[in-house]
Design a binder for this molecule. Structure first.
Ligand SMILES: Nc1ncnc2c1ncn2[C@@H]1O[C@H](COP(=O)(O)OP(=O)(O)O)[C@@H](O)[C@H]1O
Ligand SMILES: CC(C)(COP(=O)(O)O)[C@@H](O)C(=O)NCCC(=O)O
Ligand SMILES: [K+]
Length: 242
């Protein structure tokens, strides 16, 4: 099987064998041209001759159409995931016309009907979602640390582009430190507040920036980089059974 995750910044793919083991995997920036990036990867995909392609995309209709055109040339059946708020593994009260399918799949990959869980996706946006015994209670969306920095650069005169590190939440004594520490605190502080309000929820984090953020959270965090892939596999497993 070939699994694709088209996020706002990166395209991720996983090739798995008959028993679900990952045989190849990569993540690449697509620069809003995912179809062209996929075109360059087709040789690699054809070598493994997957019998099915399952796709999660949050890139919208126009880019999904281009991806469809590119994948059609491979002569391998493929399908985009559609959010199902009444899925047997997890029900959701969120507006299912709007819920991002990566967000939903990450939850589907994590959900455990015996637990209360807080699933945090750290990609182009940071999403924080609460699940109570397999019922999605809703959540929050924040701009990532990088998007927040870009908006400060573009909305102010005296804060100019710099490439400081997001490595502390202590107060800064220079513009560069104040910017990076303030931004990191906005996300870490929100996570700490949400987990304070929901003390018996297990905190699970995934996505490109999860490790940077998790270090400063004052609760035990489970880092899981396989959540979206697990969600994709669970989704298509169920859709085949019905
Ligand atoms: N402006 C930026 N500068 C540096 N890195 C960035 C920038 N924007 C995003 N990134 C990186 O891109 C990655 C996106 O994470 P990922 O989980 O793949 O997100 P998405 O699913 O939204 O594509 C993150 O690791 C983040 O550090
Ligand atoms: C919230 C997101 C931007 C996160 O995307 P990502 O950071 O993974 O690229 C995406 O899931 C999305 O576009 N969601 C639609 C809005 C919603 O979930 O309500
Ligand atoms: K994400």
């Amino acid at each position: 099987m070939l699994w694709l995750d088209l996020g706002n910044t990166r395209l991720k793919y996983w090739l798995t064998d008959d028993i679900g083991q990952i045989v190849d995997h990569d993540a690449k920036q697509h620069l809003q041209a995912p179809a062209e990036l996929l075109m360059g990867l087709t040789d690699r995909f054809e070598r493994y001759a997957p019998d099915f392609i399952g796709i999660s995309s949050v890139l919208g209709e126009a880019l999904n159409m281009k991806v469809t055109e590119t994948l059609s040339r491979l002569n391998i059946p493929f399908e985009f995931v559609h959010v199902d708020a009444a899925h047997p593994l997890m029900r959701s009260d969120y507006n299912d016309q709007q819920l991002g399918c990566d967000r939903w799949l990450q939850m589907l990959g994590a959900v455990d009907k015996k637990k209360r869980q807080c699933v945090i996706g750290c990609g182009t946006a940071v999403t924080i979602d609460l699940i109570d015994h397999a019922t999605h209670l809703g959540g929050y969306i924040f701009p990532s640390i990088y998007l927040q920095r870009e908006s400060l650069f573009s909305g102010t005169k005296q804060i100019t582009i710099s490439n400081g590190a997001f490595d502390s939440v202590g107060q800064g004594m220079t513009t560069q430190d104040a910017v990076h520490r303030g931004i990191l605190l906005s996300i870490v502080g929100a996570i700490n507040e949400i987990s304070h309000r929901h003390p018996n929820f297990e905190v699970i984090m995934t996505g490109g920036d999860a490790a940077i953020i998790a270090q400063h959270v004052n609760r035990p965090v489970r880092l899981r980089d396989d959540l979206l892939l697990t969600g994709l596999a669970r989704y298509f497993d169920h859709s085949k059974q019905t």
